[in-house]
Design a protein around this ligand. Structure first.
Ligand code: SF4
Length: 485
C-alpha cells in the first residue's frame, strides 16, 4: 500500500509577527488525522512545515519517501490557519505543484481550501475536503485504493470531473470525538518545539483540543472546519491523554486550543477533580467568554485545576459594537469576569477588535478606556476581517476591496469600505499597544517602589521599559491624530 505523506501549509518563517513571538505549536489537527488514518491500516509519515524555510523543503522528502499520496492537512485548531493568509496559500499551491510533479494524489483540507476550493483544484489538487476531514479522508483513501472511483457518495468533497467541479453532500460533524485516537505525537520533532519554547520563555508549552466547534454566533467568526455544533471529549479521556503526554513530552504548560473551553455544564468541575486525582499539577491557558466564566463556580474550578491565563473575546468596550457583532456579551460582564479572574490569581487576556462596521472614534475611545482601566495581562488586537460564510461578510460584501485576505497575521488591512482606512487602523493598533505597555511599565515601577525586597529581573526589565514607552506612545498617538483615515 502506498505511503501517505501528511503535511500542512503553516510556515512560521512566512509569518513575521509569529516568527518574532516564537510560540510554535505542533500541527495538532494534522497529527490527529494522521493517527486516525494510521489506526485504519495505512502507512503514514509527516513533513512538518512549521520550521521549514519554505514549501520547497518538501522536495527532498518526497524524492526520498516516494509517497503515493500528499495530504496537505492544516491544523484547524490553530486560529492562525483560520485567517487564510495568502503567504500560506501560496505555499500550499507550491506544495500541490510539487506533489503532482512527483505523481502523488494530492488531497487538501484547510479553512482556506474550503473557501477557495476552485483555486486549489485549478492549481492541481485532486481533492479538497470541506469541513471536518478525518472521516472523509478515510473514505476517500479507501475508495481510491479499491479503485471504485465512486467519489460522489463520499460526503464533504470537492473534485473535478469532465472539466467541472463536483461538490458532494456536506458532511455532518463527528459527535463521539472520544473515539478518535491520541494525536500521532511520535511523528513530531518534539525536541525542536521544546527548544524554541525553553530558549525564549524558559518553559515548554504544548497544545491540546478538548472540543470541536462553537455554538455561539458572533457574526464575523468563520468556522469552516468544525462549524456551529459543540462536541466535547469527556474529562476522563482528556485527563488520560494529559497523563500520556506528560510522560511523552514532559510539558510544563498546555494551551487548550478550543474555541471555548469547558462549555458543557459540570465539565470543568469533573476535569478539575480528575486532574487533581492524577496529580497532574500543570499550568494551562484557555479561551472563553466573559458570560460563561461568571456561571456558578467555574472560575474557582479553573483556578484550582491550574488555569493560569484566560483569553476572552472581549472585542470592544462599546456595547453598541458588541450588539452589532451579535456577541451576546455585556461590557459589564467583561469588567466583572476580569475582576474575579484577578482575584483568583489568574491572568486575564483580551482579544480586541477594531474596525467593525459603524465604529466611531467614541467607540474606539470606550475600548481603550476599558483596556486601561482593567489592565489585563496581555492583549491581541485585530481588525475586522470579513471571511466567507459569515453574516458579517454578507453585510460588507458590496464594499469589499480586491484584497480579500491578509498576507500574514500582522497585515491588519481593512478590506471593506469603512469609516477609516487601513493606515488609520494600523496606527491605532500601534498606539493602543504602546499605551497598554506604558501602563504596564508604570505599574511595574510602582510596585518596585512599594516592595521592600529586591525586585526580580523581569520586574526590573518591565519597569525600565518605561524609558522607551513614554516617548514611543507619545509619537504613536501624534501620528494617529495626524491620520484622517
Ligand atoms: S464565541 Fe468565539 S468562537 Fe464562538 S462564535 Fe464567538 S468569536 Fe467565534
Amino acid at each position: 500500500m502506498p505511503e501517505i505523506l501528511f503535511t500542512h501549509s503553516y510556515f512560521l518563517k512566512l509569518d513575521p509577527k509569529q516568527f518574532r513571538l516564537q510560540q510554535p505549536y505542533a500541527p495538532l489537527g494534522t497529527i490527529t488525522a494522521a493517527a486516525y488514518i494510521r489506526e485504519n491500516g495505512f502507512k503514514v509519515s509527516l513533513h512538518d512545515s512549521m520550521f521549514c524555510n519554505g514549501p520547497e523543503d518538501i522536495l527532498s522528502v518526497i524524492e526520498k519517501a516516494k509517497p503515493g499520496y500528499l495530504v496537505i492537512y492544516d491544523d484547524g485548531f490553530n486560529y492562525l490557519t483560520k485567517m487564510c493568509l495568502t503567504n500560506m496559500r501560496k505555499a500550499a499551491f507550491k506544495l500541490i505543484e510539487t506533489g503532482k510533479k512527483f505523481g502523488c494524489k494530492v488531497i487538501v483540507s484547510s479553512s482556506d481550501a474550503t473557501d477557495h476550493y476552485a483555486d486549489y483544484l485549478g492549481i492541481g489538487a485532486d481533492f479538497v475536503i470541506s469541513g471536518e476531514a478525518e472521516l472523509t479522508l478515510l473514505h476517500l483513501l479507501k475508495s481510491i485504493e479499491n479503485r471504485d472511483n465512486n467519489y460522489q457518495c463520499i460526503d464533504g468533497l470537492f473534485y473535478m470531473e469532465s472539466g467541472r467541479i463536483v461538490k458532494t453532500e456536506a458532511r455532518q460533524v463527528m459527535q463521539d470525538i472520544d473515539s478518535l485516537p491520541i494525536a500521532a505525537w511520535d511523528l513530531v520533532d518534539i525536541e525542536m518545539y521544546r527548544s524554541k519554547w525553553i530558549k525564549k520563555y524558559g518553559y515548554f508549552s504544548i497544545n491540546m483540543a478538548t472540543t470541536r466547534g462553537c455554538p455561539y454566533k458572533c457574526n464575523w467568526c468563520a468556522k469552516p472546519i468544525y462549524g456551529n455544533r459543540y462536541n466535547s471529549r469527556s474529562p476522563e479521556n482528556v485527563v488520560n491523554e494529559l497523563v500520556y503526554l506528560r510522560n511523552k513530552t514532559g510539558f510544563d504548560h498546555v494551551w487548550f486550543c478550543d474555541d471555548i473551553f469547558g462549555l458543557k455544564p459540570g465539565w470543568i468541575k469533573d476535569f478539575d477533580a480528575l486532574s487533581t486525582e492524577k496529580g497532574l499539577n500543570f499550568r494551562y491557558k484557555i479561551q472563553s467568554r466573559a458570560d460563561l466564566l461568571l456561571k456558578g463556580n467555574t472560575l474557582e474550578f479553573l483556578s484550582h485545576s491550574g488555569c493560569e491565563t484566560i483569553w476572552m473575546g472581549v472585542e470592544s468596550g462599546s456595547q453598541k459594537i458588541l450588539d452589532a457583532m451579535d456577541k451576546g456579551i455585556k461590557v459589564g460582564q467583561v469588567y466583572e469576569a476580569t475582576k474575579q479572574i484577578k482575584a483568583l490569581n489568574m491572568k486575564a487576556a483580551f482579544f480586541l477588535q477594531f474596525g467593525y462596521m459603524g465604529e466611531t472614534r467614541e467607540d474606539i475611545a470606550k475600548t481603550i478606556e476599558m483596556l486601561l482601566e482593567l489592565m489585563p495581562e496581555d492583549i491581541g488586537i485585530s481588525v475586522s476581517y470579513p471571511l466567507p460564510g459569515t453574516k458579517f461578510y454578507e453585510k460588507v460584501r458590496h464594499e469589499l476591496s480586491t484584497k480579500a485576505n491578509w498576507t500574514d497575521s500582522n497585515d491588519l488591512a481593512m478590506m471593506f469600505r469603512n469609516t477609516y482606512q487601513t493606515k488609520y487602523y494600523r496606527r491605532l493598533h500601534r498606539t493602543v499597544h504602546k499605551k497598554f505597555r506604558k501602563r504596564q511599565a508604570l505599574s511595574a515601577l510602582k510596585s518596585i517602589f512599594r516592595q521592600l525586597k529586591r525586585p526580580d529581573l523581569i520586574s526590573l526589565y518591565k519597569a525600565a521599559s518605561i524609558l522607551y514607552y513614554i516617548p514611543a506612545e507619545a509619537l504613536a498617538s501624534l501620528r494617529l491624530r495626524l491620520t484622517n483615515g
